[in-house]
Design a protein around this ligand. Sequence first.
Ligand SMILES: Nc1ncnc2c1ncn2[C@@H]1O[C@H](COP(=O)(O)OP(=O)(O)OP(=O)(O)O)[C@@H](O)[C@H]1O
Length: 289
Amino acid sequence: MAELTEELSQVKGEEPAVPKKKDVRVHPNPAPAGKAPLDVPTGTPTVIVDDLHIVYRVYGAATDAEKGNAVNALTRILKRQGRPQMKEVHAVKGVSFVAYHGDAIGIVGRNGSGKSTLLRAIAGLLPPHAGAVYTDGQPSLLGVNAALMRELTGERNIVLGCYAMGMTPAEVRDKYQEIVDFSGIDEFVQLPMSTYSSGMGARLRFAISSAKTHDVLLIDEALATGDREFRKKSEKRIRQIRESAGTVFLVAHDLRVIEETCNRVIWLHKGKIKMDGDPKEVLAAYNKG
Ligand SMILES: Nc1ncnc2c1ncn2[C@@H]1O[C@H](COP(=O)(O)OP(=O)(O)OP(=O)(O)O)[C@@H](O)[C@H]1O
């Protein structure tokens, strides 16, 4: 830690800019003209998703029927068509909802139903094809693939991760030991992350991301890889984030985690919302259908 403190004290230049709390970020592509306004109940909204559509474009994805043989090629040449190279995947199809301060929203759905895509869109990492996402404050996405560097030690990843979240060197020094303790990786913190088990990596990512108070925290499956004790600690931390007036979105295949942590559940099915409401009711319907 002394070494780290020394390294931190050598960091020169301006402190990273802390995102302004009350910025309202508007994604491009406003909702189509003539659409009915959302039904917004009272409360302080933190995230508004309005008729959101996300389309992936996959290049070089010709079907078997389209590619590769001379007859197809000749037909295309005669019809003056280009080589078919692009396929579209319509992953989120007209999703609308409003999230409020203090909400912890679980997102459930079968594989490929659009859960991760929706989180990435709320985080501002995917541009809407149509519709819009409005957020009050800075959303942070914590995923199993969050951008930590495998070849660097846990210690360096903690420092870089904290800077990336906009912490000052003094805040990083304050939080460092707490992050190590929370993650439970002990002396592994001195080793490169490439030597960690997937559970250890996920725990460290969660510990780093949750060390800061987030306006909107988006968690993709990170809790599923922890053991029971870590899950309990994470649930407690999520509750604290909610209490400090943040909003949490949680994607997890383990429905117990969702039931124990969330006050609301959104069920996505083939890119659309099938149900949105009380966790017990939504999970009961999800388990049946
Ligand atoms: N980068 C991508 N390029 C093209 N298609 C993608 C991409 N990522 C996801 N998809 C497609 O978008 C759809 C939704 O995927 P998404 O990963 O959001 O679903 P999910 O509900 O999170 O699935 P899982 O439970 O398996 O994690 C799927 O049909 C998937 O194949």
